[in-house]
Design a protein around this ligand. Structure first.
Ligand code: ADP
Length: 493
């Protein structure tokens, strides 16, 4: 029997006894019994009431203790954020309460545990996604090509500095904005839109029958004006797909190919110029050799003349090839440069000795104004010799008979440079031609009859002075009055 039932039964018995005592006492009083007999009845009644109260108090205390125990344990669980089981000593009814309560707590604990582990999993996933996002952004930001990423609503969601600079937008203010309002290049906006809408097609692979998204990837040549200069870009546009194979956006990568195109054009021009330049002396050699073989040079004088022409053309061919090789070695960086302390004056003096006979033939006065050798430069002696010889030989070539060529060296201590100047009183170069004379194979139209040449000498000089020795080559010229070519190189401290 449970405590409540027992207490109930005892209370009922006591209340019945009390009621009987009360009835007895009242009946005694009515029937005129002695006062003490009535008093006894009231005493029994009082005793029974007191006993009933005592039993109720004990019962209430039991219940109170148990309820306090339960709430204390629940409070502790709440404080520790740990769901455990209730441990209650006591009567059967309370055990009956704690049973379901504990079952309920177990369910909550299991659910709580599950939610906690799911939460942990989500936190890990979120951290991984955050790290991956940062990683992807770092990759995108480190790319030198312009990268723009849009979502399926054609809104900008990512772009790098190169794209900001090229398109003139600010990423911070452009995020989640439609590309219409961000990119002021109608063609690019159209390309991004087209790529997104043409998206992909689901295809079945023959072997497994899996349905796989086929990515659309377009590469188009696109011209963008940069500060008034048109630049050519290879725009690669690809769709970003969800795992379900839906288009979630577009990635546009713009690679500047302006320089590559220029180089490719230069290469094509170079090859065609080289072939043309090689063919001219070769055809000449071939023609004179055939004439000799056909016996067209009957006398010794003509034969000698033909031989000299062939030798001259062969020389030209070899100069041409030598110059081409030197230029391409310097341009490709495979040239061997032997830098050593040397005197510019000394090297210029040597070249003048070599050029003197050429000047004498044309009755040209060759004047030298060379400073004494105090300062040294650190340079490749052979290359500097070749540069000075080319400039002096040009000055003689393009100066009519009886003219003057002056070669001087000086030192500008303030700027720390040694200077070499070659001045002639020759035909000069027109202002329209002047910017081109360092280009490969460029020859001033009117000068071709005056002297033979390859159009490579000045290109080589510029490479030797500027690319190899970090010096500076410059020219001033006036038609029919003459030219001055000068270069400067740093002196050794
Ligand atoms: P080239 O073998 O034709 O002399 P260069 O590269 O040395 O080739 O020179 C390029 C062109 O520059 C020459 O063809 C010539 O027209 C012009 N040039 C070079 N030096 C002089 C000069 N001192 N006076 C006038 N024109 C010159």
């Amino acid at each position: 029997m449970t405590t409540a039932k027992r207490v109930g039964l005892a209370s009922v018995v006591l209340i019945s006894l009390g009621a009987s005592a009360a009835y007895y006492a009242t009946t005694m009083a009515v029937r005129g019994y002695e006062v003490h007999t009535r008093t006894l009845g009231y005493l029994v009644l009082g005793l029974i009431a007191a006993l009933t109260c005592l039993i109720l108090v004990v019962f209430w205390r039991n219940v109170h203790r148990t309820v306090t125990g339960i709430s204390t344990q629940l409070e502790q669980m709440a404080d520790k954020r740990q769901i455990g089981l209730l441990m209650i000593d006591g009567s059967d009814e309370l055990t009956q309460i704690t049973g379901p309560l504990n079952r309920f707590l177990t369910v909550i604990r299991d659910e709580f545990g599950r939610i906690q582990s799911e939460n942990r999993e989500l936190q890990i996933q979120s951290r991984i996604s955050g790290a991956e996002k940062k990683h992807t952004e770092a990759i995108v930001f480190s790319i030198s090509d312009a990268v723009i990423v849009t979502n399926r609503f054609d809104e900008m969601i990512l772009a790098n500095k190169a794209a900001e600079k090229l398109m003139g937008f600010n990423l911070k203010h452009s995020l989640r904005k439609n590309i219409d309002h961000v990119i002021h290049d109608g063609t690019l906006v159209r390309l991004i839109r087209e790529t997104r809408s043409s998206g992909y097609t689901m295809t079945s692979t023959a072997t497994h029958g899996d349905r796989k998204p086929r990515f659309t990837r377009k590469v188009v040549e696109h011209t963008i004006d940069q500060k008034g200069q048109p630049s050519t870009f290879n725009a690669t546009l690809s769709c970003v797909m969800t795992p379900e194979g839906k288009v979630s956006g577009v990635v546009a990568v713009l690679h500047d190919v302006t320089r590559e195109k220029e180089i490719s054009q230069m290469k094509t021009d170079f090859v065609s110029s080289v072939s043309h330049e090689l063919r001219t002396p070769l055809s000449s050699i071939k023609a004179y050799v055939e004439m000799l073989l056909d016996g067209e040079a009957t006398d010794e004088k003509t034969q000698r003349e033909f031989h000299e022409i062939i030798a001259g053309e062969a020389d030209r061919l070899s100069r041409l090839i030598e110059n081409i090789l030197n230029i391409s070695r310097i341009e490709s960086g495979v040239v061997r440069v032997v830098r050593e302390p040397m005197s510019l004056t000394e090297t210029v003096r040597q070249t003048l000795d070599v050029a003197a006979p050429q000047a004498k033939i044309k009755n040209i006065t060759l004047i030298d104004r060379l400073v004494p050798v105090y300062h040294q430069i650190e340079a490749d002696r052979d290359m500097i010799y070749q540069a000075v010889l080319n400039l002096t030989s040009n000055a003689i070539k393009y100066t009519p008979v009886g003219g003057t060529v002056t070669v001087s060296t000086s030192v500008d201590e303030r700027r720390g440079v040694a200077v070499c100047e070659v001045t002639d009183t020759g035909v000069g170069i027109g202002s329209e031609e002047l910017p081109h004379i360092f280009d490969k194979f460029y020859r001033v139209q009117g000068h071709t009859k005056m002297a033979k040449g390859t159009g490579l000498g000045l290109t080589l000089v510029k490479h030797i002075i500027e690319s190899v020795h970090d010096g500076k080559l410059s020219v001033t010229s006036e038609t029919d009055r003459g030219s001055t070519f000068s270069f400067e190189l740093p002196i050794m401290k």
